[in-house]
Structure formats: structure tokens, C-alpha cells
Design a protein around this ligand. Structure first.
Ligand code: FES
Length: 642
């Protein structure tokens, strides 16, 4: 394969990139990286050939003798990266004869990650914020180009990036950063059009974003590595606005009735998000201003209050939101402490009551790509349901209340250490077995435990299908306190709170109301779509643990489908927020999908009251809607876990 010296400069040499097999012919002296770009092979080159990142390693399969010699700097970096034999750095290695190059997986750009939460799906990583390392020439009397122009010139020469502007605050600090860093800096560019940070030195590999799901009751933040899509730290809290009202409507009313109501609600959530930002950054050992991008999902009420937009109009007919499309706003304008020039991307809204959280659920479960009819149920205080496939999508929002997230339940709590997350009751002895988060002594029951408890109490006959306690059972666990029946899940001496943890008659009523609203929503969407049954049910919700499918079917939280046609996917809205953080394509897809969904207004639907009343029963007043129900009860009887 060697080319003679006389060939050099006259011939073109062939390069083949494996495993794709792409190939091309180039003049002698072309770098492997330039050739790769030309033939469309994506090789990581995050330092832009400055011999700092070592990401562009390739393996030479043939033609080693046709390459430029290894320099000391290249060797040092190869050693540092513990590169194997035949490895070279594509950005500096030129070829002067034919070569065959293998691009190992870790050096391939446009990487995909497989998200295991939600429906398993692969996402191409293309975040809105990307970092570029620059080594700038120092200005002198014969080269007095302005600092910004010097950066823009280098961006064009090293990375082919043009048409970029700069954030004003970043512009102000830039001259000092350049001079204090010996003109070696890392530049963060948002959406290929604005410099949002200039940091001293090589910081390309420190690229972070925060994805946040603002639920009415629970707020969850995921600190994410923008280059790999991996979660680095997670933090959650009760929505601090809870003190002004437990559901969306009462918070909107508070905003409307108090002159500073919106200000108060908005600053509560901003403070809360800054705490989540601080906590996740502390866990990761980074500073909050190293976080350069943020995505937010939430229902329409949470969305408007977060942006401090008057939410009044979404509460009144015709329930019109201030905007449907996604919106980018400077984090500093909202008081969020990420990097000074950074943006917050707020996902689009479907309708007055179906918000960005549901759009997030959609992009993480993708019913709009399916032939089959999928029903996606996102359980929350403001539960959202979508039914459809690639041809048609319908949604509705069900005011389920916070019971399934632990509020309004005597010993309900969010999913944290000590929360009972699984409960099984022996049908003979009526004795329970439970599992807590962190295997700690119990101190309450979280969402998945609450659904389990209702299902098990019903399955074992402790409560009837209309939700009433049976007080004639021979067990000390069923008792009446101050006239209210209850079941003892954990005796005081087992707990960390020093008193019995129970499920009361009132708790069961709250669960019936919540599940009744969700179930009525599903039934109405099916009717509107002209369906008797659906092909698949996806159950999502920010419960900490996944909802048990058998329990969900036992109480009729989801419509009757074979067990293997239900998927419990955890916090799909949070997954959607994470997807939007690392994929610009998915941000665009979210905007398209949000406009395609037909919205059914449940509250004014003529069948809602009737459906709601029937759906309050376990599993449903009309048993014929649950033909598989006996089978399901037997499965749990046999100890089948799902
Ligand atoms: S691109 Fe960074 S070392 Fe080659």
C-alpha cells in the first residue's frame, strides 16, 4: 500500500473508514479528520485539533507506514488516554498513501443513547448548547482585531461555525477572561447562534444541563451530562407553592385574587428550582454556573406561573393559553442561577389544560409513531391522558387530585427514604408484607404503595368494590378509630414515627376519586375515538417507583388489557424533559406533536359525570368492561409480581 515519494503531491490516496465502509480519495497530506468530515464520517473532535481532548482516536487497520510520524505531543496524549497499538489521533495524522481506518465506538460522533426509563427509545445526542475549545493568537500592533472578532474568526477557521452573536453580559466579561487565560478559552454556543459563555482553559468536557418536571405536587430535577445524556444527579421536592393551594385551580385563584399573588407563586417555584439546582450540583461537585442549559415541563398552570404569565385566561372558557409553542428565555431574567448567558427552554403546550408535561410524556413514549392504538396515562394531581396512533391523537386532562402522589392520604408521603412503596396482603391471614424505599423503617406510604394498598385491600375483601371497609373480619388490623374504619399496615414499633401507619376509609375514598377521574378520562377518550379496547396502555407518573401493573388493573386505574400489554414507565414527563435537553430534533418534534393533538374538555363533556360515578367502583361498576379481572386477581393470589 505504500506510495512512493514521487507519488506525493501528484496522486490522490484512498482512505476507507470502517465499520461504515465509507471511502474517498484525497491529496497527500490530508488529515484523517478532514477526510472523515468530507465523506460524512462523524469523528469526535471536541478540542478542534488542539491536542487536548484525545477524543479523535482511530485505529489504523492498514497503511500505518503511509502516515505522518507521531509527534511528541500526540504521543503524550495517546499515552495519557492509554491508547492501544495502531491508535492515532485523526485531527493531526496526515496520510500520504492508502489507508484503512477503524473508528472505534467511543470516537464516533452523533452518539445515540438508549433511554431505559419510559418506553425504551434511542435519542441522537444534539444538545442546544455545545462547547468549543479555542487557542487564539495574541493581539499585537500589527494584529489589532477585536476580541470578539478574534473568537469568531477562530470559530470559523477551527470549526466552520459562522453567524454567531454574543450575550451582552458575556461580552462584558470576555476581555478579562481572554487575557487571564493566556487566550486559551472554551466557548459555549447556544443553538449555533449565540455565545452564552466564555470560560478560561479547556472545559469542553464539562457540559451540564438541568431538566425539570414541575408537577403540581412534586418537582423533580435531573442534572445531566449534555455530551452523553447521562443523569449525574437527581433531586426532588414537594412543589413549594403547595402552601398557596393544593391543586392548579386554587393556585390560579390565589394569583387572581391577590395583587402580588402571581409574584409570590412564581418566586416560590424559582426559589425551589434554585435549591434543586444547588443540591444536584453539590451532589456532582460542580458549581451552579457550570450548568449551561435548562428544560422545563409542567402543566399549563405551572408553566404560566413559572414564566410569571397571568394564568387567569386558562382557567376560564375558552381556556386559551398565552402561547402554545415552546419558548426560550434567559435564565437570569427568571432569577435562575445557571450560567449567566444560559437559556431555559420551556416545552410547548397542547391546550389550556394539557400542558408541556404531557408533550414531554409524548416525546418519551412516542404513541404518534405507532400503528397500534396506545393509551398513555400520566398520573398526577392533574392527570393527563392521550389516546391514539400515527394517524390521530386525542388528549384530555383529569383533575385527579394529589391522592396518588401521597397528599390527602393520612400517611401519604412522597417517594423518599422510609416510604412504603410495595404492599402485599396475605388473603388467608390478612397480614401485610411491605417494602420501603432504602429498606428503612417505614414513615409513610408513597404513590406506588398507595395504589398497592388499595388493590390489596380490595383483593382480600377488606374493602368491597364500592370502597367500604368490611368490619367483620377476624384480624386486629381492621379496626375502627373514632368511628372511621382503617387497616394497620405497620404497627408503631416497626415504624420510625412511633405510631401505627394505617389506610383509612377516607384514604380509600380519596383513591376512588382519583382513580375514578383518570378512568373516566380514559373511557371517554376511547368512546370519542370509537374504540372498545386499546392495544397497549402506558402508565407514567412521578411516584419514585414504578406502579405495579397488577395493582393498577385490580383497582381499574387503567382499562382492561392483557397484562403484557401494560407498561409502567415511571416519570415519563421527566424523561421527556431530559430528552429535550439533549436533542434539538426532539424539541422540534415536540412543537409539531403539540399542535396535532385534539383536546377533549373533560369537565364539560356530557358523559363525564356518569362515567366518573361508574369508575369510582373497584374496578368499575360495569364489570363487563374488565373481562380479564378474575384472571388478574388470581395472578396476585399466586404471588405473581409485575
Ligand atoms: S480533536 Fe482533540 S485531540 Fe484530536
Amino acid at each position: 500500500m505504500a506510495s512512493s515519494a514521487t507519488d506525493r503531491g501528484e496522486k490522490r490516496h484512498r482512505i476507507i473508514f470502517q465499520p461504515e465502509g465509507k471511502r474517498g480519495e484525497f491529496p497527500p497530506g490530508t488529515t484523517i479528520l478532514d477526510a472523515a468530515r468530507d465523506v460524512g464520517v462523524d469523528i469526535e473532535s471536541i478540542c478542534g485539533g488542539k491536542l487536548t481532548c484525545g477524543k479523535c482516536q482511530v485505529i489504523i487497520e492498514q497503511g500505518m507506514e503511509n502516515l505522518s510520524p507521531v509527534t511528541e505531543d500526540e504521543q503524550r496524549l495517546l499515552d495519557k488516554k492509554k491508547a492501544g497499538k495502531n491508535y492515532r489521533l485523526a485531527c493531526v495524522t496526515q496520510f500520504f498513501g492508502d489507508v484503512v481506518v477503524y473508528v472505534p465506538e467511543e470516537s464516533r460522533g452523533g452518539e445515540q443513547i438508549i433511554l431505559k426509563e419510559g418506553v425504551e427509545l434511542s435519542v441522537s445526542i444534539d444538545p442546544a448548547v455545545k462547547k468549543y475549545y479555542l487557542e487564539l493568537s495574541r493581539p499585537h500592533l500589527k494584529d489589532d482585531l477585536g476580541d470578539l472578532e478574534r473568537i469568531l474568526k477562530a470559530l470559523k477557521e477551527d470549526y466552520g461555525i459562522e453567524g454567531v452573536d454574543i450575550d451582552f453580559e458575556v461580552l462584558r466579561k470576555m476581555p478579562d477572561v481572554l487575557r487571564n487565560s493566556d487566550w486559551k478559552v472554551t466557548v459555549s454556543i447556544w443553538n449555533d447562534r449565540e455565545i452564552i459563555d466564555v470560560e478560561p482553559g479547556y472545559k469542553v468536557e464539562e457540559s451540564y444541563g438541568l431538566a425539570v418536571d414541575i408537577g403540581t405536587t412534586t418537582v423533580v430535577g435531573y442534572l445531566t451530562d449534555l455530551r452523553t445524556g447521562e443523569i449525574i444527579a437527581v433531586d426532588s421536592m414537594m412543589n413549594p407553592q403547595v402552601t398557596y393551594g393544593e391543586d392548579v385551580m386554587s393556585r390560579i385563584t390565589f394569583a387572581m385574587q391577590n395583587p402580588d399573588g402571581l409574584e409570590k407563586l412564581s418566586s416560590k417555584i424559582i426559589d425551589g428550582l434554585n435549591k434543586i439546582l444547588q443540591n444536584t450540583c453539590d451532589q456532582a461537585g460542580i458549581k451552579t454556573d457550570q450548568v449551561s442549559d435548562m428544560t422545563i415541563v409542567g402543566n399549563t398552570g405551572m408553566h404560566h406561573i413559572f414564566l410569571k404569565i397571568n394564568p387567569e385566561h386558562i382557567a376560564m372558557a375558552p381556556y386559551v393559553p398565552a402561547l402554545h409553542r415552546s419558548h426560550d428565555v434567559k435564565a437570569r431574567d427568571l432569577g435562575l442561577n445557571i450560567t449567566e448567558g444560559g437559556y431555559v427552554h420551556v416545552l410547548p403546550i397542547e391546550a389550556g389544560w394539557v400542558g408541556a408535561d404531557n408533550v414531554a410524556v409524548l416525546i418519551s413514549t412516542e404513541p404518534y409513531l405507532q400503528e397500534e392504538m396506545w393509551l398513555v396515562i400520566d398520573i398526577g394531581t392533574n392527570g393527563e391522558i392521550v389516546l391514539g396512533n400515527k394517524d390521530r391523537l386525542m388528549s384530555c386532562s383529569a383533575a385527579a387530585g394529589p391522592a396518588l402522589e401521597g397528599a390527602h392520604i393520612k400517611y401519604g408521603m412522597r417517594a423518599a427514604t422510609g416510604a412504603i412503596e410495595r404492599i402485599r396482603i396475605d388473603s388467608e391471614t390478612l397480614e401485610p408484607e411491605y417494602k420501603t424505599i432504602g429498606d428503612a423503617p417505614p414513615r409513610g406510604i408513597c404513590g406506588s404503595g398507595i395504589i398497592d394498598a388499595a388493590a390489596e385491600l380490595y383483593r382480600t375483601g377488606i374493602v368491597s368494590k364500592n370502597g367500604r371497609f368490611n368490619l367483620d373480619l377476624d384480624t386486629p388490623r381492621v379496626r375502627e378509630v373514632d368511628g372511621t374504619p382503617e387497616y394497620v399496615i405497620a404497627w408503631a414499633d416497626e415504624t420510625s414515627i412511633g405510631h401505627d401507619i394505617v389506610m383509612t376509609q377516607k384514604d380509600i375514598r380519596e383513591i376512588q376519586l382519583a382513580k375514578g377521574a383518570m378512568s373516566a378520562g380514559s373511557q371517554i377518550l376511547m368512546k370519542e375515538m370509537g374504540l372498545e379496547k386499546v392495544d397497549r396502555v402506558i402508565v407514567a407518573g412521578a411516584f419514585g417507583n414504578y406502579i405495579d401493573k397488577v395493582s393498577a388493573l385490580t383497582i381499574g386505574l387503567v382499562p382492561d388489557v392483557p397484562l403484557n400489554r401494560i407498561e409502567s414507565v415511571g416519570n415519563a414527563a421527566g424523561v421527556g424533559a431530559r430528552i429535550a435537553l439533549i436533542s434539538r430534533e426532539k424539541r422540534n418534534e415536540a412543537n409539531e406533536i403539540a399542535r396535532r393533538v385534539e383536546h377533549i374538555k373533560l369537565a364539560v363533556h356530557p358523559d363525564f359525570e356518569k362515567e366518573f360515578t361508574k369508575a369510582m367502583f373497584f374496578p368499575h361498576m360495569e364489570r363487563k368492561r374488565y373481562p380479564h379481572h378474575e384472571e388478574i386477581l388470581k395472578l396476585r393470589e399466586k404471588g405473581v409480581e409485575e
